[in-house]
Design a protein around this ligand. Structure first.
Ligand code: UDP
Length: 143
């Protein structure tokens, strides 16, 4: 299996719950390595741009408001099959459907406030990483 990179956000609800470390621990225990990270309070323009694919959806306005309601922690995760692996440990979009032990089952309160974002494919991973990180912010995990 290929080594991939994926883009991840710990959303404002989970940052407010003070569970960044718990979520990072799950990334690390699953074999994902953090190769870039930063805490950002998104602007409205950044949130609208990032979620532009959803702009015609009925939840778009509320989603943008939620994403700018407090700081987020964003990171690039690297590992074998990182995109699907991260989606697996995140759990389903709606925490009611999320498998036991997943991040969303444990930390999300609703489909609107669902704790984490993770890229859903190779093209989106590349685009989303480039949306928030420049190449020189991505660290090769070699020593
Ligand atoms: N979302 C929402 N209401 C919905 C569906 C989605 O607020 O009815 C939000 C939710 O935060 C979700 C994001 O929009 O994480 C993107 O939706 P998508 O279907 O791409 O889910 P994801 O890839 O995050 O699991």
């Amino acid at each position: 299996m290929a080594i991939e990179r994926t883009f991840s956000i710990i959303k404002p609800d989970a940052v407010a719950k003070n569970v960044i470390g718990e979520i990072y621990s799950r990334f690390e225990k699953s074999g994902l390595r953090i190769v870039a990270a930063k805490m950002v309070h998104l602007t409205q323009a950044q949130a609208e741009g990032f979620y532009a694919v959803h702009k015609e959806r009925p939840f778009f306005k509320d989603l943008v408001s939620f994403m700018i309601s407090g700081p987020v922690m964003m990171q690039v995760l690297e590992g074998e099959n990182a995109i699907a692996l991260n989606r697996e440990i995140m759990g389903a979009t709606n925490p009611k459907d999320a498998a036991l032990g997943t991040i969303r089952a444990d930390f999300a309160s609703s489909i609107d406030e669902n704790a984490v974002h993770g890229s859903d494919g190779q093209d989106t991973a590349k685009e989303e990483i480039a949306f928030f990180f420049s190449d020189n912010e991505l660290c090769a995990r070699t020593r």
